[in-house]
Design a protein around this ligand. Structure first.
Ligand code: MG
Length: 169
């Protein structure tokens, strides 16, 4: 069934995944929230926010609109160190123009340290705000990797996101 026609499916699902290397001396951003600056941060062309990158891929995937690399090529200097919140804000109108709104987001962050418990509510609130969703429309879960590389050895951070879209009434 084609997107952008009168026969829009009533719901669409999307999934996204991202991983970045971690190194000392970089900031760690997750869901638009700065995480304990004494730990390692992500090596990336943008701000390296794996959670927002996975969210963007999930939203694009739900509408079959490609992936984050297509819309924001790493080779383009315009996106260097750009806030991932700004990238997300550029993607949301594409969903709206396809006739969809976000129903809910479920996510898992894979990070060995620090523990994300103190940050989960902040991240949940921030993503809910970015997507104009109620707080209970955004789920943030966290996993360690039991010491196994590369995430368990604190050399990487990753995130997996699933979204549900509903056609705009
Ligand atoms: Mg990324």
């Amino acid at each position: 069934m084609a997107i952008g026609t009168s026969s829009l499916p009533s719901v669409r699902i999307g999934q996204g995944y991202d991983l970045h290397r971690l190194t000392k001396g970089k900031k760690l951003m997750l869901g638009g929230v700065l995480i304990d600056s004494s730990t390692k941060g992500a090596i990336a062309h943008s701000d390296g926010d794996v959670l927002l990158h996975a969210l963007i891929d999930a939203l694009l995937g739900a509408c079959a609109l490609g992936d984050i690399g297509v819309h924001f090529p790493p080779s383009d200097e315009a996106f260097k160190n750009m806030s991932s919140e700004l990238l997300l804000q550029r993607i949301l109108p594409l969903l709206q123009s396809e006739g969809y709104r976000v129903v809910n987001v479920d996510s898992t962050v894979f990070l060995e340290a620090p523990k994300l418990s103190p940050y989960k509510t902040l991240i949940q609130d921030n993503i809910a705000c970015l997507l104009s969703l109620p707080k209970n429309g955004v789920s943030i879960k966290a996993k360690t990797a039991e010491g196994l590389p590369p995430i368990g050895t604190t050399d990487a951070v990753a995130a997996s996101v699933t979204v549900l879209l509903q056609v705009n009434a």
